[in-house]
Design a protein around this ligand. Structure first.
Ligand SMILES: [Zn+2]
Length: 105
């Protein structure tokens, strides 16, 4: 698996955790492309995040918080920040530190 695929997998994992833990009461759909069960809001964010990652011109990609050309629109930036923070803590508590090393926003 290359770095790009891995980054995409990680960001999806973060969004999946966030949606599962925070949007329990919202109706969800399985998205074929994302291979995930997400509410429409998280689905929108996930598709956006995947797209941004796919067009990232940086190689190697720096952590987004250190990037000099931030590519997220403000609306999504705030959301992904919340997702990263929540899921980061969630996964850390469960010993999934491997996810965190290079992908904290
Ligand atoms: Zn959600």
């Amino acid at each position: 698996m290359n770095k790009k695929d891995k980054d995409i997998k990680v960001v999806l994992e973060f969004i999946k955790v966030f949606c599962r833990e925070n949007h329990n009461n919202i109706e969800k759909q399985f998205d074929q492309d994302l291979q995930a069960q997400l509410c429409s809001e998280c689905q929108d964010l996930a598709l956006y995040a995947v797209k941004r990652r796919q067009v990232c011109p940086k190689d190697p990609k720096p952590a987004c918080k250190n990037c000099d050309t931030p590519c997220y629109a403000p609306k999504y930036k705030e959301k992904i920040r919340q997702v990263m923070k929540f899921s980061g803590i969630f996964l850390m508590k469960r010993g999934r530190l491997d996810y965190l090393y290079h992908y904290l926003f």
